[in-house]
Design a protein around this ligand. Sequence first.
Ligand code: ADP
Ligand code: TYD
Length: 210
Amino acid sequence: MTGPGLFITFEGIDGSGKSTQARLLAAHLQDEGHDVILTREPGGSPGAEEIRSLVLEGDPDRWSAETEILLFTAARRDHLERLIAPALARGQIVICDRFADSTRMYQGLSRGDLRGLVDQLHDLMIGREPDMTLLIDMEPDVGLGRALSRRGTEERFEEFGEEMQVRMRAGFLELAREFADRFHIIDGAQGIDTVAADVRDVVARALAAR
Ligand code: ADP
Ligand code: TYD
């Protein structure tokens, strides 16, 4: 584990239950007396939230694939500088709904193979990984059904449809093998409370091991 704080991220396809589980975990750890910050990407700081609307709203072809990588990375840099790094330095637990693994998947896979470019920019401008990543895994049709049922103005990537979500799921599972030291795969097809209990167990073990 790096630094005095603990940096936990949630990853997975759209609608897999990340936001729900991030919220429940934050509440649980707070109840246990931990000092917790719950945040999300893209966004999490005022500047990064402005970039969020630039990348998630409007015409899907508004940005080239490369520009999009720059925008997500710019948002992350601001979020890291202003919120995440200071919180970890103070010893807080930071729970973040998506982080760099989402860029590796969405920008790295969706419009050609740009994973190399994503990684280069990450090394240059972000240079840190979470201590622990919880991958909420499930069949894409379940996740997409959930995501589309709460559809709003941020439909940029959900529009990609099921075939892309199938590739994303496989990509996330591959990423879990690549970063096996920090990834934990959680079965997201279970009920909300069962998923939350699995998440709590994994995090409790990590906290106990520190
Ligand atoms: P994500 O952040 O991964 O897109 P959300 O947490 O926003 O996912 O969940 C998407 C939708 O599915 C929400 O309406 C949420 O209430 C519902 N949901 C979340 N987890 C479950 C679950 N385990 N079973 C059934 N519905 C769920
Ligand atoms: P999010 O609000 O987590 O959406 P959802 O609740 O549907 O999972 O993220 C919004 C979208 O942004 C989502 O479709 C994934 C996409 N995204 C990227 O393409 N790249 C990134 O680096 C991040 C953080 C998110």
